[in-house]
Structure formats: C-alpha cells, structure tokens
Write a new protein. Structure first.
Length: 223
C-alpha cells in the first residue's frame, strides 16, 4: 500500500526543513539555455564532473549561436570531464542549431517542443521547465525514482511518465518545483542507493521498503 496525501505532506515538510534549496553549478535557474546544456552534460555523470565541464564550456560559449558555431573538437575538449563527451559535444551543437533554426534562438517553453530537440528526453525537458521556466513539473531522476518507489508512491515496474503522474497527484502545485531538489538531497544523504540508511530516516513508519525489510528479517530469524 502506498502513502496518502497527509503522509506525503509530512515527507515534503520534513525535507523542506532539513535541506537548503541550493543547486549544482550546472543548474542555472532563470537561464533556460544554460540549464538545458547542464542537463545534457549531467546525463550519467556525477555533479562535480558536470560542473567542471559546464564552467569550462560556458567560459567560452554562452549562447545557442555561439555553441552552434563552435568547432566540435573544441566542444569535446571543453567538456571532456563528462561521460560520453564526444556524443554530447555533437548533441549540443545539433540542439543549438535547431534552437536557432526552428525556434529563433529561444528555448521552447512547451514540453513536447523541448522533447523534439536532439537527445532531449522527458527528464531533461522537465529540468528545463521546472528550474529555468519555473513551470510546476517534477523531474524524475534516479534519486527521485528510488525514493518514490521505496516509499510506495510508485511501483517497481512504473515508467517515467507513470511515476511523474503519481508523484504530481500527491504534490501541491507550489511544491512541485522543489521536489526534485529535496528528493535528490535526501537520496544522496539517507535514502541512498543501493543501501538506504533507514536507521537515520524519519519515515520508517510509512515506508513500504522498510516494512518489507522488517518482515523479511522476521521471516529469516524466526526459529
Ligand atoms: S525508511 Fe529507508 S527506504 Fe524508506 S524512505 Fe527512509 S531511508 Fe528510504
């Protein structure tokens, strides 16, 4: 059984009081192009590496026009700290070109349009919408997904859109832009992967994963 609106509100309020709302360097609230580039760079890469590549790239190229015109070898050199940097350098140039040619240099504000950009999937689109445009979408990354599934809000088999829908149903609209940041911080500190630190958690009384672990231990230790 999953958690209800009251329990979920308790989770959000607890996390709000525990964590400060700070962002990694590669997330630039109010700068849609920078946030889009940061989200592309961050795919399968740790924040520290993404930040380093992002800073190096943005010290040279700051706009879609500049990135579109940049030599791809130069982009590769600047972002070499991130995983798949060759593919990402190509992708950034293709994205920048499409933004200029199809959208007049402006980052689209609609999810369907963002997802037409090369290599931009739902998570990247939701990051841009929620952080840069402050549109109440929730970006589901691996930390958010793990927390949500363990709490029993979503099922193990649920895909991105299903998890997002279930989470949004429980979240007050004004809290939606905070959920990614709060759950990522919680996922990095306590509800870690692969082994969560449940002994430090305030949600053991409502957590599906915790209940399952307790009953599993009981079965194993029963004489
Ligand atoms: S009890 Fe454990 S699994 Fe559940 S939310 Fe807390 S840390 Fe995560």
């Amino acid at each position: 059984m999953g958690i209800g609106p009251n329990e979920f509100r308790r989770v959000v309020e607890t996390l709000k009081s525990r964590y400060r709302l700070s962002y990694p360097l590669h997330i630039r609230p109010d700068d849609p192009f920078a946030t889009l580039v940061g989200a592309v760079l961050s795919h399968r890469t740790k924040d520290e590496m993404t930040d380093r590549a992002f800073e190096r790239l943005f010290s040279r190229y700051k706009t879609p026009a500049e990135v579109a015109e940049a030599p791809v070898r130069e982009l590769e050199r600047l972002i070499r700290d991130v995983g798949f940097y060759r593919q990402k350098a190509q992708r950034l140039r293709r994205i920048a070109k499409m933004i200029i040619e199809r959208y007049g240099g402006e980052i689209p504000r609609r999810r369907e349009e963002l997802m037409k950009l090369p290599g931009v999937g739902p998570k990247t689109a939701d990051i841009v919408l929620s952080f840069a445009f402050r549109i109440p979408e929730i970006a589901i990354d691996t930390h958010v997904e793990a927390v949500v599934k363990r709490l029993g809000i979503a099922d193990e088999k649920d895909d991105y859109e299903t998890i997002k829908r279930k989470l949004e149903r429980l979240t007050k609209v004004e809290d939606r832009p905070l959920i990614n940041t709060l759950f990522v911080k919680f996922g990095k500190e306590i509800c870690r992967r692969p082994i969560p630190k449940c002994s430090l958690c305030s949600f053991t009384d409502i957590c599906k994963y915790y209940r399952q672990q307790v009953s599993l231990k009981r079965r194993i230790t029963r004489p």
